[in-house]
Design a protein. Structure first.
Length: 165
């Protein structure tokens, strides 16, 4: 699996967010925390500012040590891309994702196997790539009409932030 290298300008996401334990941890709770965020996002679609593109996004970022209870605790947002001046509906957050370069992987197959794509990107591809993942950068998932409810014939984008090593 060879990724394309892409650059995205800064963009703004609005949506529900929560802390979770990484899928790579033996104590992972991502499958309990993340799906309800998408349910909230879609249930409140009428309250959302107008989207700027066709994607739904999943953004995952590290937390500063003072904001986490464990080393493997992260924060996830299920959101849509909106104008920077847009307001987040009550109870939702607004994140600015800085401009960055990404290794663009296409995950094919069930969403339950996304961890395998992420693991390959981090453990196999990244160490041999000449890139490193910048500290504090958001990992991005992009979902569009290729997703097909996360079944066998689904596709979605996994974007790993990178910089030259």
């Amino acid at each position: 699996m060879k990724p394309a290298i892409i650059h995205l300008p800064a963009f703004t996401l609005v949506g529900p967010h929560a802390h979770f334990i990484s899928a790579m941890s033996p104590d992972a709770n991502n499958l309990k925390i993340i799906p309800p965020l998408y349910q909230q996002l879609f249930a409140r679609k009428a309250e959302m500012p107008p989207p700027l593109d066709r994607f739904s996004y999943g953004a995952c970022r590290s937390l500063p040590p003072s904001e986490r209870n464990r080393e493997d605790e992260l924060e996830y947002m299920a959101g849509i891309s909106v104008a920077p001046q847009a307001n987040a509906p009550t109870g939702m957050g607004k994140w600015t994702v800085p401009a960055a370069s990404y290794a663009h992987f296409i995950h094919r197959g069930p969403i339950s196997q996304l961890t395998e794509t992420i693991s390959y990107a981090h453990a196999s591809w990244l160490p041999r790539s000449g890139f490193q993942s910048p500290n504090g950068a958001c990992e991005i998932e992009r979902y569009d009409d290729r997703f097909k409810d996360g079944g066998e014939d689904s596709e979605m984008d996994y974007l790993l932030p990178i910089k030259l090593a």
